[in-house]
Write a protein that binds this ligand. Structure first.
Ligand code: IYT
Ligand code: CU
Ligand code: CU
Length: 271
C-alpha cells in the first residue's frame, strides 16, 4: 500500500493549555509495517484535520519544527534521563505534536522538571559531492557560547551516500567524541558519550563522510532521496533555569580546525 519514500504525517494538539513536560516516549509500532517514526513539536502544522504526505523538506510544519524523538526498526529506544523533560504547551511554542509515519502514541506528561531536554542540530547546507569521487567530507563547526549542556543521545542523518557521521566537542584544542554512527543503520537516537558536556567557549563539530561512487552527476543538499543531507543531532539536557530547547549550527568551520579531527572520523562503519 505505501511505497518506499512515502512519509505520512499527522498532527495532535498538545492536550493541555499549561506548560507540560514530556518525560517519556512509548512507541506503539508494528515492526512489520513501520520503518521509522519521527516526533516533532511546533506551533503550526501543515494540517490539523487529517493526515498528509510530508515527504518533502518543509513537509511537517509551517513554522520551525523541532525533533523530539526518533524511533527506528531494529534500534533500541532512547530513554530521557531522570528529571529531564521536553517542554511543550502554549508558552513554549509547541502547541502541536507532529508524528511522521503514523502508528504512534505518546502519553507521558509531568509538571515542571529540574532539567529541560533539547536538540542541537548540526547540518551542512552547501556540500557538493562529485560523481565518482571516493571521499567527500562535509564539515560543520560552531563556537558554543551558552549555558552548559549535557548530551545524552545523538542521531545521524544522511541519504544513500553517507558512510559515517561523527560529532565532537573541542575544548582547549582537544577533540572529544560525542557520538559516531553509520547513517545507513536505523536513524534512531543512540546513547552519547556521557563524559562529554559542552560549555561556554567550547566548539561543537561534526563531519559527514560521503562517497560519490555510483553517481554520474553532482549531488547537492536537498529534500529528495537523490539529494543528500548531513545532519548530526545532539539530544541534551540543561538546567531548567536557562532552558534553551533548540539550537543549530550551519557553519563550515575552518580548514585549520578540521586538520586536527581524529582519524576515526573517516573510518567507515561496516553495516
Ligand atoms: C537540509 C537538511 O539537512 N534538512 C534536515 C535537517 C532539518 C531538520 C529540521 C532542517 C530543518 C528542520 O526544520 I526538524 I530547516 C532534515 O530534513 N532532516 C530530516 C528530518 O526532516 C528531520 C531527518 O530525518 O533528520
Ligand atoms: Cu524509515
Ligand atoms: Cu534527509
Amino acid at each position: 500500500m505505501f511505497q518506499s519514500d512515502t512519509y505520512l504525517c499527522m498532527a495532535f494538539p498538545v492536550p493541555t493549555n499549561q506548560d507540560a513536560y514530556i518525560v517519556d516516549f512509548i512507541p506503539h509500532a508494528s515492526m512489520d509495517t513501520v520503518h521509522h517514526m519521527l516526533l516533532f513539536g511546533c506551533q503550526t502544522p501543515v494540517s490539523t484535520s487529517s493526515y498528509w504526505d510530508c515527504g518533502s523538506v518543509q513537509g511537517t510544519c509551517e513554522d520551525e519544527a523541532s525533533i523530539m524523538y526518533a524511533w527506528a526498526r531494529n534500534a533500541p529506544p532512547t530513554k530521557l534521563p531522570k528529571d529531564v523533560g521536553f517542554k511543550v504547551g502554549k508558552n513554549s511554542g509547541m502547541s502541536y505534536f507532529v508524528l511522521q509515519i503514523h502508528y504512534g502514541d505518546v502519553s507521558s506528561f509531568r509538571g515542571e522538571q529540574p532539567f529541560i531536554a533539547g536538540i542541537y542540530l548540526l547540518m551542512s547546507v552547501d556540500t557538493v559531492i562529485l560523481p565518482g569521487k571516493k571521499v567527500t567530507n562535509a564539515d560543520i563547526a560552531c563556537d558554543y557560547t551558552s549555558y552548559p549542556i549535557y548530551p545524552f543521545a545523538f542521531r545521524t542523518h544522511t541519504h544513500h551516500l553517507g558512510k559515517v557521521v561523527t560529532g565532537y566537542r573541542i575544548r582547549d584544542g582537544k577533540w572529544s567524541l560525542i557520538g559516531r554512527q553509520s547513517p545507513q543503520l536505523p536513524q534512531a537516537f543512540y546513547p552519547a558519550n556521557k563524559e562529554v558536556n559542552v560549555k561556554y567557549g567550547d566548539t561543537i563539530a561534526a563531519r559527514c563522510v560521503f562517497t560519490g561512487e555510483g553517481r554520474t552527476s553532482k549531488t547537492y543538499i536537498g529534500g529528495t532521496s537523490d539529494d543528500e543531507m548531513c545532519n548530526f543531532y545532539i539530544m541534551y539536557y540543561m538546567d531548567s533555569k536557562h532552558a534553551i530547547p533548540y539550537m543549530n549550527c550551519m557553519e563550515t568551520g575552518s580548514k585549520e580546525l578540521f586538520q586536527h579531527i581524529p582519524a576515526e572520523a573517516n573510518v567507515p562503519i561496516t553495516v
